[in-house]
Design a protein around this ligand. Structure first.
Ligand code: NAD
Length: 282
């Protein structure tokens, strides 16, 4: 079995650098997918209240027979609950859906700078409460831009442990990553294989042929060597296994640079721009 490296977060907690993401996995398929992931060896699951499958994630972790402490579980605050009292109730619900008395990591899913009078600071202070109470071992943010992180730094006491942002070869997002690196915030790269869109890219397939690996493995290894945390999603066991087998090869620095040069800047985004994203589920 592969050995997944660990990353020590700025609060001293440890996160496996490779995990399993469950976005867009239907609730009725989630328990089986997570059980398979745990059997393969994944020990880090990334869910969110927005994904509607926290309950099934919790069920699979319990059914695995693993100790709760052996599986790192992340969830995220949904966009409708940024007001402090709403956030408290939503967090209680996250824990009850999961059936856990703590999450390893809890994130503000989106900054929503055009909603709530631009106030994500009081939301962040509410997550600080969850951390102080021990029910969120670590707290972080997702989709925060540099100016959002600067505001947290100026107005609050806790530096986010992670910032979970879109990163893949078509959108390398290096300015936000660099801010994180300089301020002790670990970068988690979401949609690490651009939901499959980078896998037919000739630059990637040529490197994959050269190193004798699959395109998805090459792209995921690129993330690992850049130091980011990743959690690719798949419900196909052979792909879940493939995505876990990243630790018996390396990419040379030239290939890493060639993949990074595929960056298309903002045109390469596959997800929304956090500066304008204002979706609140009904
Ligand atoms: P991803 O880049 O992981 O791609 C997933 C898709 O790629 C799958 O549906 C499948 O079609 C394909 N695929 C997976 N493995 C493959 C393989 N080995 N070979 C060929 N095709 C393969 O996309 P994602 O699910 O959007 O992102 C991963 C995780 O990131 C999510 O599950 C979620 O946990 C997180 N995420 C977070 C946010 C956020 O706003 N914080 C947004 C999107 C995703």
């Amino acid at each position: 079995m592969s050995t997944v490296p660990s990353i020590t977060l700025n609060d001293g907690n440890i996160i496996p650098q490779l995990g399993f993401g469950v976005y867009q996995i239907k609730p009725e398929e989630t328990a089986e997918a997570v059980s398979t992931a745990l059997e393969i060896g994944y020990r880090h699951i990334d869910t969110a209240e927005m994904y509607g499958n926290e309950k099934e994630v919790g069920e699979a972790v319990r059914a695995s027979g693993l100790d709760r402490g052996d599986v790192f579980v992340t969830s995220k605050l949904n966009n409708g609950f940024h007001e402090p009292q709403d956030a408290r109730e939503a967090f209680d619900k996250t824990l009850s859906e999961l059936g856990f008395d703590y999450v390893d990591l809890f994130l503000i899913h989106w900054p929503l700078p055009t909603l709530y009078d631009g106030d994500f600071v009081s939301t962040w202070k509410t997550l600080e409460e969850f951390r102080r109470g021990g029910r969120a071992r670590s707290i972080g943010v997702s989709n925060f831009q540099i100016e959002h992180l600067e505001r947290l730094a100026a107005e609050t006491d806790t530096v986010p442990a992670v910032n979970q942002i879109e990163v893949h070869p078509y959108f390398v997002n290096d300015a936000v990553r660099r801010y994180g690196e300089e301020h002790g915030i670990a970068t988690e790269a979401w949609s690490p294989i651009a939901q499959g869109k980078v896998l037919d890219e000739p630059t990637i397939t040529q490197i994959a042929d050269k190193v004798g690996k699959k395109p998805a493995q090459v792209v995921l290894r690129w993330h690992i060597e850049r130091g980011d945390i990743v959690f690719p999603k798949s419900v196909t066991p052979s792909r879940m296994k493939e995505n876990f087998e990243l630790f018996d090869f390396e990419l040379d620095p030239t290939d890493i640079g060639t993949i990074t040069a595929l960056d298309q800047g903002a045109d390469g985004r596959i997800g929304p721009n956090p500066d304008t994203f204002a979706y609140v589920p009904g």
